[in-house]
Write a protein that binds this ligand. Structure first.
Ligand SMILES: [Zn+2]
Length: 375
């Protein structure tokens, strides 16, 4: 480090993760904070919240305990207007956000809005309606700015979320900064799929692995945010290991089932048998018959919806619901077959058939519908 930094680190956003907090607090106390960290862990485990707390602390103007959330620096970071705080993350953009391949004013406005939304609610679930990507223009701008050094002559901090989705081309400009960061630069890279991060990036970072949160930690945070209602919630809501996922379930109990159904359909279409078996293993642990029924019903909804979206006359009625990304167009016969399989599975669940058998038979039948030979 080129800067002397000595202060007590507090964590206004990040819940739990005490081991990680100790490591980062010690690094600051010992003046040994690295210039690049890779935060790895499940979606909603607190990677963004922790990165935000570290960024706030490094830029905070308070001397004793940071971040204070009240000084001009803290306020600017929280408003996404600090010249030495940078953020990139995957976003969903449409054609109207680009002109001749580059982000236009509308696109930049959307990016600023999403970034601010993320800062305001670090545990918010990502939009799952389409696959988000990190716009190359955004990466270029941030890396260019970082290379220029700190604007205010102090630290320069960047949160780079979703680095697993970086293609080699866009990763190159980031690699240069990872190799030779300007003095005072701290890069906080985030991923929930570390196996997909380019090895050249991983090898240049200190890896910090985020654990699953305990049900008690999640429940306490839900009660803190929502009061008594959360105390009486369905026990399984706090069992996700991820505050982000639990919040999503708490706010919209159906969302989790829809996400499960979409993921399962994707696996049956394109996953390997090993991946499907692992997923089924996890699902057997649900132990809640109503949830299996809702799961198969959600698959039926998604498939109907995906099919109807392809009909030109369907209008926008169905687009309002979270859509399963139908990678292959579904034929009439496929839709009918999937509905039949799910209907049969629901009957089996209600008849107390072994859940492992129901899920396995369902997966095999669905995979056959998609016509894929698996390994
Ligand atoms: Zn401050």
């Amino acid at each position: 480090m080129y800067f002397t930094i000595m202060f007590t680190l507090s964590w206004p956003h990040c819940i739990g993760q005490s081991r990680i907090k100790e490591v980062l607090e010690a690094a600051i106390a010992n003046q040994s904070l690295g210039h690049a960290y890779l935060f790895s862990g499940d979606e909603g485990a607190g990677k963004f919240a922790a990165a935000l707390d570290v960024a706030l602390s490094l830029l905070c103007e308070n001397t004793a305990e940071r971040p204070c959330l009240a000084c001009p620096s803290c306020k600017k970071v929280l408003d996404y207007s600090h010249p030495d705080f940078h953020l990139i993350m995957p976003v969903i953009l449409s054609t109207e956000h680009k002109s001749e391949g580059d982000l236009n004013a509308k696109g930049w406005a959307v990016i600023a809005e999403r970034a601010l939304g993320r800062i305001r609610d670090p545990y918010a679930a990502p939009d799952r309606s389409k696959a988000p990507t990190i716009p190359v223009d955004w990466i270029r701008e941030v890396t260019h700015t970082i290379r220029g050094g700190s604007y205010s002559g102090g630290m320069n901090v960047a949160i780079l979320d979703g680095v697993d989705s970086l293609k080699a081309e866009s990763a190159n400009s980031m690699l240069k900064i990872l190799e030779e960061p300007p003095p005072g630069t701290v890069l906080l890279l985030l991923t929930d799929r570390i196996s997909d991060v380019l090895p050249t990036i991983v090898s240049r970072c200190q890896i910090v692995r985020f654990a699953w949160l305990s049900s008690d930690e999640i429940r306490a945070e839900l009660v803190r945010r929502f009061g008594g209602d959360a105390g009486e919630m369905d026990g399984s809501i706090a069992d996700t290991g991820s505050l982000g996922k639990s919040l999503e379930l708490f706010r919209n109990p159906a969302a989790g089932v829809i996400a499960d159904a979409a993921a399962f359909l994707d696996l049956c279409g394109e996953g390997s048998w090993m991946e499907i078996a692992n997923r089924i293993d996890e699902m057997v642990d649900w132990k809640d018959l109503a949830r299996y029924e809702k799961f198969f019903a959600a698959i039926m909804d998604l498939v109907r919806e995906a099919f109807l979206q392809e009909l030109p006359a369907s209008g926008n009625v169905f687009l309002a619901k979270p859509a399963w990304r139908a990678r292959k167009s579904l034929t009439h016969a496929q839709v009918a077959a999937i509905l039949e399989i799910c209907g049969r599975s629901i009957v089996a669940v209600r008849g107390y058939a072994g859940i492992l058998l129901v899920l396995s038979n369902g997966a095999i039948a669905l995979s056959e519908v998609f016509g894929g030979k698996k390994q």
